[in-house]
Design a protein around this ligand. Structure first.
Ligand code: SF4
Length: 588
């Protein structure tokens, strides 16, 4: 049925797999074979895609699949102890299915609920504010086999937690108003207004939006595409979740504004799997806009302005936040980043000219259409115009979403969110920048501290080494495995950090870590690999004692008992060189 619903389109493979799994609980081999046949795809391709995404399963995972968000903030809120408690109650070990096939419990990367954690996903749906009482109730519901739809509604409550409103979050919006304003200017006039605004992408890279739109408009090919990247996977960020929940009309209108500028007729919104609870809401917004003539053929009566949007659901792969990996995923493939050039603006979705913009970027374009580019650029700094949404979590009194003009200092933000004794702020998530207390005067801006939106606060009780270790585990888990430096480098880095954590670290390991950092930075194929060492580089530089106090005195210490491993060989050969015993080296 899923295959037919998607018109037997091979590019819909991921959606077909998601829907098939929803229907039967997992993806058995026979289902993969049948899907491959119906879509006329090699079975290896179907199996390759099913094996790539962490939310797809080719083995049974129990009637209830429970995944604990393993972000450092969830851990600080006690997620590990809660997971152990739930495992005990369900009689299951992490990563395994209970004997009766009742449930499985495991961890997953950040679920985008850092402001209301600890959070879990149950059969893909977010449950927030976990505590011991809630764990006990969940265990009882699982034991009773109560369907998810009958679980208490408050389990699934997700608040917006908007704490500070600026130009975007503070203004009312009438659907269609921005579009009318942009259409009055004409397509070229609208693009010129965008250029005047200086708007830069809010997904992290900060590329000028008008330049991207102009390049797509000018690319050969009539069938252009606008893609909204709603795959907000950076640990610690959740502002796109709030925009999609509370400002969906602005986001969708932003996509339509991009279509007006570029001439695109097709739109795709790629929604991260963790936010699937927003699907119903987003589909309803699309339906209302179609009925109002704001989507579909002849938008607002304009001949030749036809544009509509489909929603695609991701399935748990952080790397798909990278725009070319996201395009691969939209085409129903593994989310492997492409080699660039060519860039998506000329060769994007199915080889067509494509604009890929972040949720916040698109929402901001409605402000430019309504106020004009110059008014938008009057806020912020000359290189970073407008406002920025921050997702604030961690050791502060008021977690949530804050909107500030670019250029705000970190200490100002810390004061607003009620952070007491802050020692470290991780700006930009796992791939971002670690800011120590002597740097709190620095500013949030592309020219100083850039960020896609995550702002995680750590006070004096926290250990910067453990923060970096959590991020290194995250990258090792999320590496797509395509290129060796990242696949092997992130695994080795994880091994070194674990070795240090277990008290077996030596000076030589720090030197190896620094070497690995350089390797990952210089030889990785995409941004995931090159930014994976950021938290280690920053914390080694700014919090070196957190590493050094974990070292033993020797220059080198293996992660295992080397002498025991060599014992048999020494006995068999009759050779036993004293200099080869690490613990006797000082005597030799
Ligand atoms: Fe994949 Fe990592 Fe290579 Fe990027 S750097 S392509 S995530 S293996």
């Amino acid at each position: 049925q899923a295959v037919e619903r998607h018109r037997r389109e091979p590019s819909q493979l991921l959606q077909v797999l998601v829907e098939t799994q929803d229907a039967i609980g997992y993806l058995p081999a026979a289902a993969l074979t049948r899907i491959a046949g119906l879509l006329e795809l090699p079975r290896s391709r179907v199996e390759g895609v099913a094996g790539f995404y962490s939310f797809l399963h080719t083995e049974p995972v129990g009637r209830f699949r429970i995944l604990f968000s393993d972000n450092i903030i969830d851990r600080m809120l006690g997620s590990r102890a809660l997971m152990e408690r739930l495992c005990r109650r369900l009689g299951v070990s992490p990563g395994q299915v209970s004997p009766g096939g009742e449930a499985s419990v495991d961890i997953t990367s950040c679920t985008g609920m850092g402001d209301q954690g600890p959070a879990i996903l149950v059969n893909g749906v977010a449950v927030t504010r976990l505590d011991e009482a809630r764990v006990e109730r969940i265990a009882a519901l699982v034991h009773a086999g109560t369907p998810l739809a009958a679980w208490p509604a408050e389990f699934f409550r997700v608040d917006d937690n908007i704490r500070r409103r600026g130009a975007l979050l503070g203004a009312d919006f009438v659907p269609g108003s921005a579009l009318q304003a942009a259409m009055k200017r004409g397509r070229n006039g609208w693009l010129e207004e965008m250029r005047v605004s200086g708007l830069r992408g809010r997904g992290g890279a900060g590329f000028t939006t008008a330049v991207k739109w102009g390049a797509c408009r000018d690319a050969p090919g009539a069938d252009k595409v606008v893609v909204c990247n709603a795959d907000e996977g950076e640990p610690g960020t959740f502002k796109d979740r709030v925009l999609l929940a509370s400002q969906a009309d602005r986001v969708i209108e932003g996509m339509t504004l991009a279509a007006w500028a570029t001439g695109a007729r097709q739109g795709l919104l790629y929604l991260r799997g963790e936010y699937r609870y927003l699907l119903k809401h987003l589909r309803a917004v699309l339906a209302v806009r179609r009925a109002a003539g704001l989507l579909g053929a002849r938008i607002l009566g304009e001949s030749g302005f036809d544009f509509d949007i489909d929603i695609h659901l991701g399935a748990g792969a952080y790397v798909c936040g990278e725009e070319t990996a996201l395009l691969e995923s939209l085409e129903g493939k593994r989310g492997t980043p492409r080699i660039r050039p060519p860039f998506p603006v000329t060769h994007g979705y199915l080889g067509r000219p494509t604009v890929v913009n972040n949720v916040e970027t698109l929402a901001k374009t409605t402000l430019i259409a309504l106020q004009g580019g110059a008014a938008f650029a009057a806020t912020g700094t000359p290189q970073s115009t407008g406002t920025k949404l921050l997702s604030i979590s961690g050791d502060c009194a008021y977690s949530g979403v804050y909107e500030y003009p670019f250029g705000v200092t970190i200490e100002h933000v810390l004061e607003d969110c009620g952070a007491h004794d802050p020692q470290v702020v991780q700006v930009g998530g796992a791939s971002g920048v670690t800011i120590a207390s002597h740097e709190f005067h620095r500013r949030i801006a592309f020219e100083d501290v850039p960020t896609a939106g995550a702002f995680m606060v750590f006070d004096g009780r926290r250990d910067p080494f453990e923060m970096a270790r959590n991020f290194v585990h995250f990258f090792a888990h999320e590496s797509c495995g395509f290129c060796t430096p990242c696949r092997v480098g992130t695994a080795l880095l994880k091994g070194y950090m674990d070795k240090l954590a277990s008290g077996k670290g030596a000076k030589m390991d720090l030197a190896d870590i620094e070497w690995l950092d350089r390797l990952l930075k210089n030889a990785s194929h995409c941004g995931l690999g090159s930014s994976a060492p950021n938290p280690v580089i920053d914390t080694l530089l700014k919090f070196r004692p957190a590493y050094e106090r974990r070292l033993v005195s020797l220059d080198f210490k293996p992660a295992f008992d080397l002498d025991a491993a060599l014992e048999t060989a020494r006995r068999m050969t009759g050779r036993d060189d004293p200099a080869a015993h690490l613990d006797r080296r000082e005597e030799v």
